[in-house]
Design a protein around this ligand. Sequence first.
Ligand code: FAD
Ligand code: DLZ
Ligand code: SF4
Length: 511
Amino acid sequence: MSKQIRNLVLILGDQLSYNISSLNDFDPAQDMVLMCEVWEEATYVKHHKKKIAFLFSAMRHFAQSLEDKGYRVSYTQLDISGDIDSSFGSEVMRAIDQFSPRKIIVTEAGEYRVAEDMKQWAERFHIDVEIREDTRFLSNIDEFAAWADGRKTLRMEFFYREMRRKYNILMDGDSPVGGQWNYDSENRSPAQDNMRIPKPLIFEPDNISTACMDLVEARFSHHFGDIKPFYFAVTHEQAEQVLDKFIKERLPNFGTYQDAMLQGEPWMYHSHISFYLNCGLIDPLKTIQRAEQAYFDGHAPLNAVEGFIRQILGWREYIRGIYWLKMPDYQDENFLEAQRDLPWLFWDGKTKMNCLRQCVLETKENAYAHHIQRLMVLGNFSLLAGLDPKQVNEWYLIVYADAYEWVEMPNVSGMILYADGGYLASKPYAASGAYINRMSDYCKNCSYKVSKKNGPEACPFNYLYWDFFIRHEDTLKGNPRLNHSYRTLSKMSDEKRAAIKHDADRFLKEL
Ligand code: FAD
Ligand code: DLZ
Ligand code: SF4
């Protein structure tokens, strides 16, 4: 086989799809795939140990399966010892020296940081570089920009309706199946004590995963998180099995208990497919169509199926659209001028607040927390405590195995911190302890009393909630969606306001 090759196709760690656009016209006789584990990607933030081991294992399995299909693959593994300054750029340069390709082909990067770097490669390496659109997403970046053009604020719901029409999902002619676009009002049931939630599918680590875990133990032992137990799917087939099991066992209850939290039940009725969707092991449109079929087959009710589809066809695409529309300025947004350092409890879970402790410890163990934990416990706390958006963004990017900046940042800066001033969400997702108490059983195991509003025993969410609205009165009072909160605040006595301020100051000082 000749050493000289035509196209060198670079596949990044989150592009593990057979239908990735960079492989479209791949000719095994002339072209070669390049995949590389690089120090820069593993350390630009100190990713959770499980996140690194998962991604490396999925990459190694994908490379192997491409080879089995007859593709030539050059794969660089990070070693237990050795090189600590490799990057995508240095690996591409090395491969150009080694294989002398005529052209580099790559699908656009998911993160702005990498995408900007790639744009320099042609000039830097004196070679033709073709950067292709990532067609795995259902809305392209220009289309989203055109939709957003001229709108002062964006709302996911309107975007989502267009996506339903575009892909003809849950449609009855031009109307939504069932007569409504959105069944969220049916999706707010709290958890029940005696729920029998199906166990998630687990995969014992094979030789490849074990080698990746050993590598992580050797080189990234100082990173956050537990490496064991390691149960991720690491191949397309395994990820499909996770999806199958979700559709069969969990989807029927997904909607009803979408916002519910239970102590000791980190997985609830969620799908746990974000890791696989985001690195390319499963396909978003196929996933949506599988869920839709489950409704047409009478297997799952409409509130569940619509709710699940909205997350992928609506939220996931909307979030990505906002990221590309607003970067690079988005990373510096801090509308509420929040400056407090991230408290250490985000790393060790040491706090008397049981809800926070549970969510941090589950995150540490699983590199996963479900949406309402990320939003209404960890996120709500970050908002109310006025934590610095940069530090909160970094934390979320580190700790979740599904985290890539394009999806993490708008969720953090836009959805939880209101750092973009309401571009993504119409109001801050602020809530007192009553919400957490209604949706979970955390409060009954807590040192604080959710029923108490003030004093050292009171649930901190209760006074932090009002302190947040008082602190930001000038900025937020004009928001019509906050009328109710500000009306209540206006009726509050000066003594009550003083007590809130006193408790909040005391608590935040001790953080
Ligand atoms: P399910 O609840 O079963 O939902 C199905 C799928 O819908 C998910 O797999 C995901 O692909 C998609 N989805 C649901 N909500 C969102 C959303 N808000 N944005 C984008 N996609 C969504 N998701 C990530 O994939 N990566 C992240 O880094 C990430 N960071 C987040 C940070 C914060 C502060 C918040 C509030 C949410 C974040 N999310 C992120 C969204 C969501 O929490 C996760 O997608 C979800 O918890 C993954 O678990 P699951 O697969 O069981 O999801
Ligand atoms: C997240 C990640 C990690 C930890 N390591 C690698 C790696 O070594 N090689 C690789 O190709 N991709 C990795 N990734 C995913 C990349 O960070 C991701 O592809 C880019 O951020 C996309 O822009
Ligand atoms: Fe969380 Fe407050 Fe409930 Fe404790 S009482 S678990 S801090 S909401």
